[in-house]
Design a protein around this ligand. Structure first.
Ligand SMILES: [Zn+2]
Length: 52
């Protein structure tokens, strides 16, 4: 008797949801800003460099 092939169907659940970065418009935003928008780490770094 052969077992029916069961395909593993696992729903892909994104642990880290990506958002559009307000700065570079890439779907790399992981950091939420105060106004509800997101920014990626690269741009956040760049912004912090500009910040006084
Ligand atoms: Zn960015």
């Amino acid at each position: 008797m052969t077992k029916p092939k069961k395909r593993k169907q696992r729903r892909k659940q994104q642990k880290k949801q990506k958002h559009e970065c307000v700065c570079c418009k890439e779907l790399t935003g992981t950091l939420a800003l105060e106004d509800g928008t997101f920014i990626c780490e690269d741009c956040a770094q760049a912004m912090s460099d500009l910040a006084p």
